[in-house]
Ligand binder design. Structure first.
Ligand code: FAD
Length: 305
């Protein structure tokens, strides 16, 4: 049943008509639990509050299914606006973005042009930029673009997903670049030809790649809400004397906020992924897919309106 619900929400997340409708009608159905707001001004207020609690942030201007050059350029402009807001308000925040919103499905030249504009601005303000990882069909292209950009910029990193069979090899290959990587379980619906179908295997592979990347001496962001993985990481760094400034934990805005603050109190760097913008629909559906229990919360939101 849970798997069915998961598949259903992941299916809904890809619906372009619903994506457009959601943009038009604004944040609804309890999405504001996971999305900071629709404007940069609102996102800045949320980040200030998180920073006050000792939480670091990575901000993301939401956007999916960008299929024309003008829209991709506008998305890049929003990221640049976010970087300037980080600088102007002296926020403890990095930036995250998706390659498809920069024009990945249009042309490599467009993505590179937009990414260079963003990374040049980010450099001025000392902001680190993480390229989120999307579905499997975009994985190789995203890694290739990351490699190219990493040769030109220090302030760029990307994400690898533990559910993919290929990820162990990607960790090895990318080691030559000494990358700052965010490691996650993976949020998209993938076939068993490319991804572990069983959660148990994903969790084992997650531990394996965390260990590999940390022992290679690289900066590692362990992005999870899973206590077992958090405890594993804590033990691992203790055993191998890995300093606290070589890794961090990351969680999503609105998920386990008490645990986030507790990790800060324990002395760890804890970064919260803060999405904002009008294109909240696909992101929200993926969060529901991860935890169908959240659906009850959403239904309450609908009936309150
Ligand atoms: P799970 O096994 O899913 O969850 C463990 C426990 O966490 C659950 O039992 C529950 O208690 C709690 N929990 C998990 N999800 C929720 C929820 N939605 N609501 C309430 N409680 C919850 N994926 C990508 O594919 N590409 C990316 O670039 C990417 N970036 C990410 C960045 C950050 C900072 C984070 C935290 C995640 C990112 N993800 C990304 C999503 C990731 O792949 C997982 O889908 C997501 O984190 C859920 O997996 P989990 O590790 O938390 O473990």
């Amino acid at each position: 049943m849970e798997q069915l619900m998961r598949d259903f929400f992941l299916f809904l997340s890809k619906n372009k008509t619903l994506t457009k409708l959601a943009k038009r009608y604004g944040l609804r159905f309890g999405a504001s639990r996971f999305v900071a707001g629709e404007t940069i001004e609102r996102a800045v207020e949320v980040i200030k509050e998180l920073n006050r609690k000792g939480l670091a942030v990575t901000i993301d201007y939401l956007g999916e299914f960008v299929d024309n050059e003008q829209e991709a350029n506008e998305m890049a402009n929003h990221s640049i606006e976010a970087i300037r807001a980080i600088g102007a308000n002296q926020l403890n925040s990095q930036l995250s973005l998706k390659m498809t919103s920069m024009g990945l499905d249009i042309s490599d030249e467009l993505v590179m042009k937009n990414m260079r504009r963003i990374l040049d601005e980010a450099k001025i303000h000392g902001v680190f930029v993480t390229i989120d990882m999307e579905d499997y069909s975009r994985c190789q292209k995203t890694i290739d673009i990351f490699k190219q950009l990493k040769k030109e910029y220090d302030n760029v990193g990307t994400v690898l997903q533990a559910y993919l069979y290929r990820t162990e090899k990607d960790i090895e290959d990318l080691n030559a670049y000494h990358p700052n990587l965010r490691l996650v379980k993976g949020a998209y619906k993938e076939s068993s030809e490319v991804a572990f179908p069983d959660k148990k295997d994903v969790d084992e592979n997650f531990k394996k790649i965390i260990k590999m990347h940390l022992l290679n001496g690289n900066y590692t962001a362990v992005a999870t809400h899973d206590d077992a993985i958090i405890e594993y990481t804590k033990q691992l760094v203790k055993e191998h004397n890995i300093p606290n400034n070589q890794f961090e934990f990351q969680m999503l805005y609105g998920i386990r906020p008490e645990r986030q603050e507790q990790l800060v109190r324990e002395g760890y760097t804890m970064r919260v992924y803060v999405p904002y913008g009008t294109d909240w629909y696909g992101y929200f559906m993926r969060r529901l897919a991860e935890r169908p229990a959240n659906v009850a919360f959403v239904l309450k939101g609908i009936f309150k309106k």
